[in-house]
Design a protein around this ligand. Structure first.
Ligand code: NAP
Length: 477
């Protein structure tokens, strides 16, 4: 099998050490690919490549940069089925979800092809008649991006597209579980004909590459999506040179079902939010709060819907829920379920492997969950839905906000006043009101509190790659 390589300065290169590693399909254990395994030295080469390309890329007109992004969009669309299959083979999500991911990944590129042309400055009235104040926006410089495995293509384009649109050059390190998806995306970048060095890919030892990214003086910004723990380490390291950072980190989403909600709708939303990608999304429901007057009816509807989910290999078009990404993800799910059951939770459905000795876990619903259980405090990142009961609106808002995370929150209600009131009081960056899938390219995605800093998507998503500068101009008289 040919070893997949890094992409730097417009060329495909092996690791300087000559090392490589194997990527296996979590559904079958089969070999998916063999990929070059680099370290800080490879990262340095990639940074040099991005640095050399920065001057000429940033001087292109916005229209010219936009043109490259339009070409990239076309190349992703041409490769969409092959990209989707690679995602499924590499990290297990059902093919229909992988196709959806590729679609949104391409839409980010299209959106920022458009936004590239809308980076406006300002002319501000000065306090002295002989002065003019011009505020202009310029690219921050070469950017280092680090992405997770759970959305191995769209998490890349959500960073790469606005960075390139702003005039930055980029070095990317994808997650070790999903390098093949990143290589496939970079093949699209190559086919789109970007100038050499504008977009670079390095794969390998995360601590060593991360150290190079955060310490190299030419990198002006770190953009990261992943766990809060790693995000904090990167922020600390980046602070030594006061590098710009944007952080898309972990979540612990509350999902509230009020007594006036459409229960069928709310149960459908619960299933989508909780079991999509086997519960391995940063925005997925982690705590389900159901009003006590509708709890029994809601649980009955939810149980029926959850038991209809088809668990299986993502390549099978019937599959709704694929495997967990690896053994440690499975162990964490087991630990949370065993801990909850041991402390008195009631098992509504699931609670065990779907297929023995594999990474498939049954979609699980637990009731009578309490504050002492691990699942109430930690991100499970798996297909387990814990249910809590509440009585009053203020009480549930307090419970929902009682976490250090602040990424996504959801609630279902048919009361207009409540819909607005609750949304204003929840400390979360993304709020779904009768909507289990709020993420979209047009909106600013990102978290409050320890879920992160900065926003990706929307017109806001390009701002993090721009510096604002003002020119105070003395015109003489
Ligand atoms: P992770 O362990 O933090 O890894 C994310 C990325 O960071 C990977 O590329 C990883 O590389 C790299 N990394 C790990 N240690 C590093 C270090 N010391 N220096 C530099 N890079 C390092 O997270 P994950 O398990 O892949 O992803 C799941 C987490 O991401 C969850 O917490 C989820 O909520 C969060 N997430 C957030 C968003 C959002 O938009 N807010 C979106 C998706 C996921 P290796 O794989 O090579 O170690």
């Amino acid at each position: 099998m040919e070893v997949k390589k890094f992409y730097m300065n417009g060329e495909w290169l092996a690791a300087r050490s000559g090392n490589s590693y194997e990527v296996h399909n979590p559904a079958t254990g089969e070999l998916v690919s063999e990929v070059a395994y680099g370290d800080g030295r490879d990262a340095r080469l990639a940074i040099e490549s991005a640095t050399n390309a920065f001057e000429s890329w940033s001087r292109l007109t916005a229209g010219e940069r936009s043109g490259y992004l339009y070409k990239l969009y076309d190349k992703i669309i041409e490769a969409k089925e092959s990209l989707a299959k690679t995602i499924t083979l590499e990290m297990g999500k059902p093919l229909k979800e992988a196709r959806g991911e590729v679609k949104i990944a391409a839409e980010y590129v299209l959106w920022y092809a458009e936004e590239a042309k809308r980076v406006y400055g300002e002319i501000v009235p000065a306090s002295l008649s002989n002065k003019r104040i011009h505020v202009i926006k310029q690219p921050v410089g070469p950017v280092a991006a680090i992405t997770p495995w759970n959305f191995p293509v769209s998490m890349i384009t959500r960073k790469l597209a606005p960075a390139l649109a702003a005039g930055c050059t980029v070095v990317l390190k994808p997650a070790s579980q999903t390098p093949t998806s990143a290589v496939k995306l970079f093949e699209c970048i190559e086919r789109a004909g970007f100038p050499e060095g504008v977009a670079n890919l390095v794969i390998g030892k995360s601590s060593s590459i991360g150290k190079e990214f955060t310490s190299h003086p030419k990198i002006k910004k770190i953009t990261f999506t992943g766990s809060t723990a790693v995000g904090k380490k990167l922020m600390e390291a980046a602070s030594k040179q006061v590098k710009r950072v944007s952080m898309e980190l972990g979540g612990h989403a509350p999902f509230i079902v009020f007594d006036d909600a459409d229960l069928e709708n709310a149960a459908e939303g619960t299933v989508i939010s909780k079991f999509r990608n086997s519960g391995q999304t940063c925005v997925c429901l982690n705590r389900l709060f159901v009003h006590k007057s509708v709890k029994d009816r809601f649980v009955e509807i939810l149980k029926r819907k959850v038991e209809q989910l088809h668990v299986g290999n993502g390549m099978d078009e019937r599959s709704d829920v694929g495997p967990l990404v690896d053994q440690s993800a499975l162990e964490k799910v087991r630990e949370h379920v065993e801990d909850a059951l041991g402390k008195g939770a009631e098992l509504i459905t699931g609670g065990k492997s779907a297929i023995e000795d594999t990474l498939f876990y049954k979609p699980t619903v637990l009731s009578n969950v309490t504050d002492e259980m691990m699942i109430t405090r930690e991100e499970t990142f798996g297909p387990v839905c814990p249910i809590y009961v509440f009585d009053e609106e203020d009480e549930v808002i307090e419970l929902a906000n009682d976490t250090e995370y602040g990424l996504a929150a959801y609630y279902f209600t048919n009361d207009l006043g409540r819909a607005i009131r609750v949304g204003e009081k929840l400390d979360y960056g993304i709020i779904g009101v009768n909507d289990a899938v709020p993420t979209t390219v047009q909106a600013p995605f990102g978290g409050m509190k320890e879920s992160g800093l900065g926003r990706e998507g929307g017109h806001q998503g390009i701002e993090g790659f721009l510096e604002e500068k003002f020119l105070s101009i003395n015109i003489g008289k």
